[in-house]
Each structure stands twice: as C-alpha cells, then as structure tokens.
Design a protein. Structure first.
Length: 171
C-alpha cells in the first residue's frame, strides 16, 4: 500500500490527537507522555509540535484513504552552542501500517530535512526493549552513545532508554 508522507498541519490536528492517544495507550513504555496528560493539552500546544519553532516539524504517513497512520517529529536545539543538533521524537506507526517500510521512509525524510538545515547530527532515545525500533535506527545509521537507566516508570516497572546519534554532513 502506498503511503504519502507530508508535514502535519492544523487540518490534521484531530486525526493526530486520535493517533497519538492510540500510541500512548498501545505502547505506554515507548513514550514519556500518558493518555491523560496528552488529552489535557490545548490545541495550540499540540500545533506547536507541528512547527512552532526553528527546525521543528511533525511528519505524518497517510494511507491511500488519507488516514493518518504514522508520525515522526523533529526539533532543532536553539542554543548558540547546540544549534547543530536535531532531535527526533514521537515515532509511531499504527498496527495496520507496520511492516511496510513506513517508519524507514519517515526516518529518510527526517534525515534529508535535517541535512538541508545543515545539522551536524540527529539524536533520539529508544526503549531498550523495543528491538524492532532499535534495529531500524541502527540500519538508518544511528549509533548508540549511551544508556539512561530507569528513564521511564510505567505500571510499576522501570525501563531503560538507549541514546542514539546519527552523524550528518559536517558544518
């Protein structure tokens, strides 16, 4: 099934909220947010993720019926000494869209975008138990540089996070 990848806009807000709630419910150990904290956010706070700051963007993967099936966000550090770094966040692909290369395509779009912004590196964090995601990130050129112990506490269990970086063209 072909998927279109494009930046999310205000017209995608409702479908994004629904998919985000699905992600937080289905994969609670993959995200720092909870369904209740996400639902409490104002529309303006959500729209800020779509492009509220320098280098900030959220992409969506849409199926042939224009249904939002996947997301990936990126923001750029704004500090004078850290503006060479971009951070990926909120990667999620719905169950029905998995296994079709959509996550890989989202990563490719993010890497091209970050390179166009002349970033030196992209960074992300991933739960150590999410083996499929870790393999995908490694195949996309991300390298482990650290591990945060007990990064999340979910349903009485602690989860570590692998910290990863992908070098881009140097500045």
């Amino acid at each position: 099934m072909p998927y279109e990848i494009r930046p999310l806009t205000e017209s995608d807000l409702r479908s994004y909220r629904a998919l985000r709630l699905q992600a937080l419910t289905e994969c609670p150990s993959a995200f720092g947010a909870t369904p209740s904290t996400e639902q409490a956010l104002e529309d303006a706070q959500i729209l800020h993720r779509f492009g509220g700051g320098p280098g900030q963007i959220m992409w969506g993967g849409f199926d042939e019926d224009d249904k939002l099936c996947a997301t990936l966000g990126m923001y750029r550090d704004t500090g004078e000494k850290t503006a060479h770094k971009g951070h990926l966040f909120a990667m999620y692909v719905s169950l029905q869209a998995r296994g079709q290369g959509l996550a890989r395509r989202l990563l490719e779009v993010a890497i091209v975008h970050a390179s166009a912004l002349q970033l030196r590196q992209l960074m992300l964090g991933c739960n150590t138990t999410n083996h499929n995601a870790l393999r995908l990130y490694e195949q996309a050129g991300f390298q482990t540089y650290g591990r945060e112990p007990a990064a999340l506490y979910v349903n009485g269990e602690f989860f570590d996070e692998v910290l990863m970086v992908r070098p881009l063209a140097s500045i």
